[in-house]
Design a protein around this ligand. Sequence first.
Ligand code: SF4
Length: 294
Amino acid sequence: MSEKNYIHPASWWEPCADGKVKCRLCPHGCVISNGHTGFCAVRENRDGELFSISYGRPVAVHVDPIEKKPLARFMPGTSTFSFGTFGCNLGCLFCQNDSLSRGKYESPGNYDFVTPERIVELAQSYKSQSISFTYNEPTVFAEYAIDVAKLAIDAKLPRVLVSNGYITREAANDFYPLIDAANIDMKGFSEDFYREMTSSHLQPALDSIKYLYTLGKHIEITTLIIPNKNDSIEMLNNWLDWVEQNLDKTVPLHFSAYHPCYKYTAPATPRETLLAIRSQAQSRGFNEVFLGNI
Ligand code: SF4
């Protein structure tokens, strides 16, 4: 098989009856029939084995300011070599980036294969001070990110993760120790919100945030605020209670304005809503609060 047609074997899966496989990368635990992909559309069962078709196939590559991830308190003023692939393991109705998250490799061989070595070489050639796994959900290309991260460690390039945190502990054990800083999305502090708006569950995201914090990684957390869905002061206070009890008040919290996108057409978040959120957080002693998209 030529490099262009190379398909990388997946980690974290097990065979099931009738040629199916069960993916253990994220809490969905998709059971996938031969010739099909899981919910994320980038992990495929080929003859009873699971493969990562996004491995080596970045579809978005840029050099960004680190503040754009957003990370406000990690290597400020530096640039980060950023890349992502197609695919996502959440189904957010309000997705702000659906061209990537819902994108599909109709024919993987049509995409340039970029080795992990080449990613690190490119980061160095652009004089980026770190490498970021971002744009789509890095969990769904975790094998690729891990291989890049190992080489980046050798090259002394810090690793940044921008993720929804929807990953099993088994896979996180292999992935999270390799990164230095993360911005994790906390979509809305209720199980109802996660189920209704994202086709996923809240607890795994919280578990990932806590795990990264326990590992001593630099962590910042972002919430996209959607009017009448996750913008109540009651929900905010519950979220701040959780941060206070499980992390600490110095963890930077980002709150961003939503714009109508993908399947969600409600009006954009008013600036006043974000200002009220910041004011409430500050009144409780959270001083690392940042607003985005306003
Ligand atoms: S990573 Fe993809 S295939 Fe695996 S369980 Fe999650 S959504 Fe399903």
